[in-house]
Design a protein around this ligand. Sequence first.
Ligand code: FAD
Length: 332
Amino acid sequence: MSEYKGIMVHAELREKELAPVTLELLAGGRKVADQLGDELSAALLGHGVKNLAKELIAYGADKVYLVDHPLLADYTTDAYAKALYAVLSKHKPEAVLFGATPIGKDLAPRVAARLRTGLSSDCTELEVDVQNRLVVGVKPAIGGNVMARIVCPRHKPQMFTIRPKALKPLPRDDSRTGEVVEEEVELSLSDVRVRRISFVKEVVGEVRLEDAEVVVAAGRGVGKDYLKLVEELANLLGGAVGSTRPLVDDGLLPPTTQIGQTGKITRPKLYIGFGISGAVQHTVGMQDSEVIVAVNKDPEAPIFDLATLGIVGDVREILPALVSRIKEIKGS
Ligand SMILES: Cc1cc2nc3c(=O)[nH]c(=O)nc-3n(C[C@H](O)[C@H](O)[C@H](O)COP(=O)(O)OP(=O)(O)OC[C@H]3O[C@@H](n4cnc5c(N)ncnc54)[C@H](O)[C@@H]3O)c2cc1C
């Protein structure tokens, strides 16, 4: 166990660029590494992506292990698991962080099983038990009713997947320096059972909720007939529609719109919430928004404790008025 040193991040890519979650993982990894007095490295797997190493360093990595291979040009479970397993077995980091994205959720368990270690999935926070040199994965459990703290004390590396947007990237610092270590991993076509034939982008409205700079969220106080206006306002502002759980439970909006403990975590520049009371299970998914505007007819609604601007009033009056005023401004 004492051979294991340092914290490592899996540098997930999105079409030859670093995926946004990679920058978030670097921020989380940097914090953990600093608390443990350790080094932070990134495993960068791909083909023709060496240029991204300096970006990983600018966002917090001390070292980048680069595996460049034509068979890593597209993500496949087989090739990536083999290459990452080779890097982890050789360099033995104490902890490895992945995004809780489709790729991270596919890759992390497979590599953890090969390494015979544990994986805490879907964490929203990381804590450090410095005395025992343990990284603690914090995640909602039992349907979100408790926050579980998960440790992996008897096996290394300790592995985690972390929800996108749960951590905030560090500001880019191009003056940071680090080392790039090129790794040779043997991969052949027979290792890879899957080939990418084409790439079809998922269509999820104009803007993905997790990436949106503006979120217009609907709660139970928005009557069914007014949901169209919420969508219209989101479109007018170039944003995405968010929701609370009751609307999803009632089938009024799709589960991809749910914000909160059992939904998505958002960090937009502007969040506007209509008819939302401000239950903690919702606010954990939007409380880090830069500006929060809340519309609720109840002046005691807890959402107002968080709001930058609170409007006490009826959604049925304020929403149409806001939409028509914005249209007017845009028109002129
Ligand atoms: C384990 C667990 C996990 C959960 N996870 C999530 C989660 O991920 N995300 C989530 O959102 N919730 C989640 N919930 C549910 C959460 O506890 C709340 O019930 C939910 O967030 C409340 O949604 P709401 O604010 O839309 O509804 P309500 O709490 O019913 O609030 C509606 C608000 O609308 C206002 N209102 C009503 N009519 C009008 C009007 N005409 N004009 C203006 N205001 C009006 C009311 O004053 C009220 O404040 C979870 C619950 C549990 C138990």
